[in-house]
Design a protein around this ligand. Sequence first.
Ligand SMILES: [Ca+2]
Ligand SMILES: [Ca+2]
Length: 230
Amino acid sequence: MSGHHLNDPRRSILARLAAATLIALTLGAAAAEPDNSGPAGMGAGACPVTLTPASVKVGGEGADNLVVNVGVAVGCPHDARRLDAFITVTAGATGVGNGTVTYQVAANPGAARQGAILIGGTRFLIDQAEKPPPRRTAFDFDGDGKADVGIYRPTIGTWYVLRSTQGFFSEQWGNSTDKIVAADYDGDGKADVAIYRPSNGTFYILGTSSGFKAVQWGSLTDMPVAAPRR
Ligand SMILES: [Ca+2]
Ligand SMILES: [Ca+2]
């Protein structure tokens, strides 16, 4: 009997479940579908983004894991593309809706510079300071910011220095009663081989860029302030 078939309660429940599932799927698809139209009044295809911060200043040494927040209407897709080689987008190259873009800025080898990332059609400007000055460290004979291993052998008045980047050098400069006073007297970032001779109160300096210099400044019982303690 067909009437019995139509009124089968099991079939009726299955049909209702199938219909409910179809409605849920349809609603889900509608919600997930990107809305590229943007906010009302902005015109078709307009998805303006708001970047926070709007721009940034970075030190000359560069930086990693920098983040810019992207504010955009729900469902709006956006991408991020660097416009300069010293910038790298490390995360968030594409996104939909609000999100973040993570990037890094390489160390600056020269003068101050400006670059940008194009995010959703808006330029995110990055101002980078110039190359930072080298770090100053005592007993750094090659100026790389790292102190170098060195000895002075009083018996023969000779320096033996193992520089961190430029290797070994030796210099006969001084005698057994001189005090070593290595420091950067000519300001080029590299320590200069130098001794103080108590007998005549004179500094004898081998400047890395200014060459030899003798400065009489002291007497027999004075102690040079640049000398290490003994
Ligand atoms: Ca060094
Ligand atoms: Ca120097």
